[in-house]
Design a protein around this ligand. Sequence first.
Ligand SMILES: *[C@@H]1O[C@H](CO)[C@@H](O)[C@H](O)[C@H]1NC(C)=O
Ligand SMILES: *[C@@H]1O[C@H](CO)[C@@H](O)[C@H](O)[C@H]1NC(C)=O
Ligand SMILES: *[C@@H]1O[C@H](CO)[C@@H](O)[C@H](O)[C@H]1NC(C)=O
Ligand SMILES: *[C@@H]1O[C@H](CO)[C@@H](O)[C@H](O)[C@H]1NC(C)=O
Ligand SMILES: *[C@@H]1O[C@H](CO)[C@@H](O)[C@H](O)[C@H]1NC(C)=O
Length: 552
Amino acid sequence: MKLSSSLMLLGFSSLGLSRDLSQSLLQRKLQNGFGALDSLVSRQTSSSGTHTFTQVTNHFPNDPFYGPPPLNETFIQNYIVNDTFYKPGGPIFLLNSGETSARSRGSVLLTGVVAELAQALNGMGIILEHRYYGTSFPNSGLVSSDGLTTDNLRWLTTEQSIADIAYFAQHVEVPGHEEEDLRAPGRAWILYGGSLAGAEVAFTMKEYGDVIYGGISSSGTVKVFKGYPQWYYTIQKNAPQDCIRSIEDIVDKMDFLIATNNTAALTELKTIFGLEALQDIRDFALTIAFPIGNPVFYPTNTWQELNWSPTAGSDDFFLFCDAVTASNSTFAASGVDSQLSKYTGGKKWKNLGNYANYVKENIVPLCPSGVSLDSNECFGTHDAEAWANPFDTSGNRAYLYQSCLEAGQWSEGAPLGRRTLLSRSIQPDYSEQWCQWAFPPGESNKIPASPMLERWNKFGALRIQADRLAQVDGGIDPWQYACVHSPDGFPRKDTLLRPYYKIEQGGHHWDENGLLNISAEPDFIQAIHKYEITFVKSWLADFPAWLRDLKS
Ligand SMILES: *[C@@H]1O[C@H](CO)[C@@H](O)[C@H](O)[C@H]1NC(C)=O
Ligand SMILES: *[C@@H]1O[C@H](CO)[C@@H](O)[C@H](O)[C@H]1NC(C)=O
Ligand SMILES: *[C@@H]1O[C@H](CO)[C@@H](O)[C@H](O)[C@H]1NC(C)=O
Ligand SMILES: *[C@@H]1O[C@H](CO)[C@@H](O)[C@H](O)[C@H]1NC(C)=O
Ligand SMILES: *[C@@H]1O[C@H](CO)[C@@H](O)[C@H](O)[C@H]1NC(C)=O
């Protein structure tokens, strides 16, 4: 990690700096996980209409989990407002920025679900920056001087984050609208979030349904697992099958070499990919899987970054698959596919040449010249000191902390008996080790030996539901096993009060973004946006009665 204190200063002083500019390879890798798509979707940004709110640092002063008792501290939380479509008395559409800055979500106030709802229903759009992302840091003075130490991260929990949402809605005074009382619950607040932010929407509706009137949880990752091999299942099912089969076959053969401790053969394999410098075979296995991705981090576009919109996301995944299966390439003809046959009972490694060449051309060069491929800045993962550097305020360290504390979702090869795109040598302990390096025990906070998943799953996991909580998922989303439409979930009826909707051909929260020219959106995106307007409209019709009941 090549983070220095100068980068930290950028993080704090410059609201206008793009994250990408300040990121080393590893940092870019880490921004993925749940949020991979977000930086891609939200290229348009707008910083006008950015305001600050005085937020409570610790909503649970009596809970010993948060260390020494009652601090009555506050911090500055950013939010962005767009009132273009707002008419007095209208609803407030609040987008939870999740594991990224408010600015990087700026485009949702212009196009997509929030903008379309605001336009259709005379609402105001607001993006609330999640604590510890962007520049919204509890105890920012200490964070500026010491960085995101384990102690300084102690207020980063899901329950604090959803309490922020409720407290914000109950207390905000939006500049320019001082003459009106916009606060919840007197005003209808409708929350939206995708992915981690979507999980928080669902949790907010469970915990604060008497404050926030409604919520749309899109691809809400409401259930967390320690390891998440399911990430690959959707890809195995939906991606070009000849590509998938080739990679599975290659991984099977590699795993055989690993299981039989065939060091000489593995060295030969690493050399074919230009990655002989990597000492830990798991670092190698993870690196060659980067074009496919994983639930934790990766540096390039993957299946998760496919998007229906030509201006969002990327089709790189298909270019990768085309390259792997190109039957007429020089690599296919080079004999590389037979080079390791001697170790695998004479069996050819079909498309190994193509695959290795793709990695050589598109992944290996991401490592800056002169830097060791095996360093943390590139494809190594074993530099404890690099992990421990607290001056990464780009969001990646905060996201890693959330994984270590309560979200897990580590990379994991498929269980035995199942074919896999990621080597089975990678098990949750591989990434979990990073937690111990990154977050050494502090004075008032330490991370658990293993993530406390129950802190997340206690809200209901795959069974979570609530009135005026809409749950929208995608049928080709690699996160779908963590969402309520999981193939392992509990299907239920779709009603206006509890909308339960799967975009069959949809990826990870594909309803979030949109086009200015709505009729140019594909039919299945227009359909979900129309449905969202329909059910929110029906909720709003019942708002006066709800408010009356609440008060009585
Ligand atoms: C705690 O902070 C709030 C908000 O700043 C303030 O109104 C209140 O008086 C404070 N309470 C104590 C005990 O300091
Ligand atoms: C607010 O949204 C409208 C409509 O999408 C857009 O034209 C306008 O530029 C936005 N304003 C800001 C400050 O982003
Ligand atoms: C491979 O090496 C490991 C660790 O050195 C050992 O536990 C294992 O038994 C070996 N496996 C084989 C098949 O030799
Ligand atoms: C391989 O075949 C494809 C499709 O037929 C073609 O576009 C490409 O130019 C060929 N590549 C080579 C190296 O011959
Ligand atoms: C909007 O998209 C529709 C459908 O693609 C197209 O027919 C129309 O010309 C577009 N309108 C504008 C203003 O670009």
